[in-house]
Design a protein around this ligand. Sequence first.
Ligand code: COA
Length: 511
Amino acid sequence: MAIATQNSTRVLNSSLAHKIMTAEEAASLIQSGDQVGMSGFTGSGYPKAVPVELARRIAEANFRGQEFQVSVFTGASTGPELDGALAMAGGIHLRLPYQSDPETRKRINAGEMDYMDIHLSHVTQFVEYGFLGKLNVALIEVTAILEDGRLVPSSSIGNNKTWIDQAERVILEVNSWQPVALEGMHDIYYGLEAPPKRGPIPLVKPGQRIGSPYLEVPSDKVVAIVLTDAPDRNSAFKAPDQASRQIAGHILEFLSWEVQGRMPANLLPLQSGVGNIANAVLFGLEEGKFEDLTSYTEVIQDGMIRLLKSGKLTCASATAFSLSPEMLTEVNANMPSYRDRIVLRPQEISNHPEIIRRLGVIAMNGMIEADIYGNVNSTHVMGSRIQNGIGGSGDFARNGYLSIFMAPSIAQRGTISTIVPMVSHIDHTEHDVQVVVTEQGLADLRGLSPRQRARLIIEKCANPDYKALLLDYLVRAERLSYGKHTPHLLTESLGWHNRYLRCGQMLPREN
Ligand code: COA
């Protein structure tokens, strides 16, 4: 059933069309204390009108001295009209599962907003199992509503299926900016039951479709429909800098070795995290020798589209687009040509441990810091200040065939070493990390004991300014540590972070 493009409205179901109202009216249906599941994933497919009106309502209530806050659950990060506006109004009580909005980050780090940073694959089941209480409202952007009431999803799926299923009432934003050609690109799997009834997910190839292209909603749950015509938030990618290109180079060289025996010539499905380094690796693959690649990942970035265009990538499975404005224009204009090669799925499927383990995904994610034993911190600066969140990195790192973490060897103009004696917060333990890469080199940690890993990470990944200090720490720890399996000097292990907080640099002053 195709959307009638000549139709002036995208709400083709006549009984639902009666529920069209303004964003202000729809926002008035959300009450203080409500838990609201909103669409949105990395700036794609989030509701753009109702959250702004909700923020206005909250600000007015606060002005009258009334408390008004809601809890906001999403797919991942959203845009300024959602996270930014609600955070600015002081309207968020609890936020989950991933954010990257500057105002939200500021409020969380000021202790003014509660934030629950959980694995993206856990979110839907936490709600379904009742761990997070009742979901009052689902606020979901869609591309269109068909005659029979089914919904054509928009540029991300995230947790929308579960929000609609679990919420008491549903508000839909129908965004005519989203291309109608998105219809058919999605694959919504409705077969995931709760334990003990849960069976295997029948997905054995990255590009396979196992569900329906449409979301379903009982029409009596829909309390409001708001028409919008507003673009997604998409940020430009920086051209890969030298460090990113060097990191990409190390990974490509490593993969060239892996295909000589261990891995198929076309590699295994690629997962590529957020950010410019991840994108640089994809750019590197475009110039490299690998053909017939596949991807089972979370977001489709510019680099993925370039690989699809060049024919190097045969299919990409994800839960959202995350494109630069230029690439988005190009993709939106040519959406039909991508429809057979891109599948957008609920994030409970795109990030599902069962599938990631079955397909043998190569997980490549950014990090804030790693320690000499291979523990990785993806989320906290100096152990306490949240940057974004764990996102799907844990889903992919623990369950992938290979788990690669990457970062430049220094941050903040060299005042910080990203390789440290002990990480100040742990997201991925030494057991989940197989490869650490910086622009200096790549450490393959597979099969190594903690002390072997420490020597390799220092040798291959540490910045020259910090190498001798790390080695000095290791040697003294090997001599003086309580246990010699993972040697540490507990009075010193976080001393570098402490020094940075006191003096603005990790290096001792005399250096
Ligand atoms: N100590 C202190 N600050 C650090 C740091 C460190 N060791 N490493 C990086 N930073 C700072 C940078 O200086 C930068 O600060 P700025 O915004 O003030 O310039 C900021 O953190 C972001 O770093 P950047 O180098 O731009 O990294 P990035 O865009 O590649 O992002 C992560 C790196 C780790 C923040 C990002 O990959 C992330 O959020 N990861 C977790 C989620 C994830 O992996 N998702 C993918 C799963 S599919």
